[in-house]
Design a protein around this ligand. Sequence first.
Ligand SMILES: NC(=O)C1=CN([C@@H]2O[C@H](COP(=O)(O)OP(=O)(O)OC[C@H]3O[C@@H](n4cnc5c(N)ncnc54)[C@H](OP(=O)(O)O)[C@@H]3O)[C@@H](O)[C@H]2O)C=CC1
Ligand SMILES: CC(C)(CO)C(=O)C(=O)O
Length: 329
Amino acid sequence: MSANPRLCVFGAGAVGTLVAARLADAGGQVTVIARGARLRQLGERGLQLRSASGAAARLPVAARAAAEAGPQDVVFVALKGGDIPAALPELLQVVGPQTRLVPLVNGIPWWYRQPLSSRPVAAVDPQGALAAAFDPRRIVGAVLFLTSAMDAEGVATVQGAERIVLGPVVPGAENDAGDDAAQVGALFAGSGIDAAVVPDIRADLWAKVALNLATNPLSVVADATLEQQFRSDALLPVVSAVLDETVAVARAHGVEPRLTRERMLEIGARAGPFYTSMAQDHRRGVPLELGAICLSVFELAAEAGVAMPVARAVYDLCRFRAAAGGAAA
Ligand SMILES: NC(=O)C1=CN([C@@H]2O[C@H](COP(=O)(O)OP(=O)(O)OC[C@H]3O[C@@H](n4cnc5c(N)ncnc54)[C@H](OP(=O)(O)O)[C@@H]3O)[C@@H](O)[C@H]2O)C=CC1
Ligand SMILES: CC(C)(CO)C(=O)C(=O)O
């Protein structure tokens, strides 16, 4: 990677705004890809990021449509999982043969089975187009441990610790330029986001998948914050059961999640009065990320013959709530 790589954050919602602002603040040359009203808003107001403790910082940013940006050195994909297949033609405008691709997406990612199997994860890549489009050796897997919310004015508010775990999708796939995951991790030095690089990203991934499956749909059903979910004696047994079911799926696929169940419960209890991204979407009345967060795990569970009765019941209640319509924020 060059000394001043072209960094691109594709998607300027809660996560994209946070990551782009942190990278730009640390001196990175960042282009943000947005569309429609959000693109206009970024042109007028720049990136606006507020930490729970402080005032909103405003950073000017190069905001473009994908067609205008051209191939980049690193592309961080900060879209909802369900929006990625439709965005593929635009993504291909910014991803060249040398681009490192870093999907910042919850749930089981499209690359999960690669390179051992070319079978796509149907819940997130129904036609297999994403698996076919991107060389897994150029993908840096990422797991996000942070909470961010965006308001209608385009201000993202981040709460608590900001941590990203990075690792190669194809372990040992180093190239001439060295280790992609380590190079991407180094971009975050001094940014305020703590980036860790691990050899086995799937272990971290399953820990986060379990946390999301246990809390995102339930946050919609119960209209509960993270701390309420982990502290309420009515909700905690549901959260714990879904964590256990997900850990069983991970183990059936040969992965021990990096966090123990106790640690996940500890992290959740400290999470504060934050509504999950799915609860935020429900309030905004926009589609929920059920494919990436729920259906992808059910797909892997069915394949391994693991039952997930509690997770499925919460998912059914959640889609009922979603069909009934979200409350206005
Ligand atoms: N928010 C959080 O705290 C956390 C979120 N995550 C995960 O991070 C991922 C991103 O979530 P989040 O940032 O919250 O989601 P948001 O909905 O806030 O942002 C997604 C953004 O993608 C944009 N977008 C969608 N399609 C395109 C396209 N084709 N071209 C340009 N922009 C596009 C949307 O713009 P438009 O309005 O135009 O549709 C929107 O601004 C998800 O997988 C989420 O689960 C992970 C950890 C924490
Ligand atoms: C639940 C949470 C905050 C976990 O970090 C998350 O990933 C989300 O809101 O989607």
